[in-house]
Design a protein around this ligand. Sequence first.
Ligand SMILES: [Fe+2]
Length: 229
Amino acid sequence: MKRSEINQYIREAEAFLAANKFKLPPYAAWTLEQWKEHKAKGDIESIIDCGLGWDVTDFGFEDYMKIGLFLFTIRNGVQHSEKYPKPYAEKIMIVREKQVTPFHYHRFKMEDIINRGGGRLAFRLYNSTPDNKLADTPVTIYRDGVKYVIPAGEVFDIGNGESVTLTQGVFHEFWGVEGTGLVMVGEVSVVNDDHNDNIFLEAPKRFPSIEEDEAPYRLLCSDYDKFLK
Ligand SMILES: [Fe+2]
């Protein structure tokens, strides 16, 4: 992805979240200079180590509008860490119409995906096989506390206020329903490890390759190493 493109999506996200009255923590608006000042003071280790902040990805497909996800991790810990023992995580995400987050499952993470505003969010789910393929067995899910057993791969969508609980080992893909606009999506989960806990069916990687064609407007959580070393 080009940095100029990422900058544009972050500006768009700031406007969309503000319009939906979703406020982000102060560091969401920090400039590179502010990040550097805090890094020098040594008071933002936990933001960096827990991977908090902006996160834009094309999952390595280099076609963001079709396969991509926009995220901001608001809280998180580090699994099995005494230093960052927080066992829970929260994200806010923006999903575009027909923009797919490709099939993946988590070995460790259980997550609730919540439609918090905007358009409708569609899902397709499969149980995983031991060799990480799609199983054809029925999938058990909970939608806001109500249990459903649905056929493998059946598409369903959720509106504002509705949520789905995704358990470990369940392959999921999701996208915004055509004609309904950007979707503001929440995620509440156990502690999140995007470096080790995403088993993708086909996607090459979790974080994008970035071509630095302009300065970053905001740092991504995947930028901290590069810009704050
Ligand atoms: Fe997931």
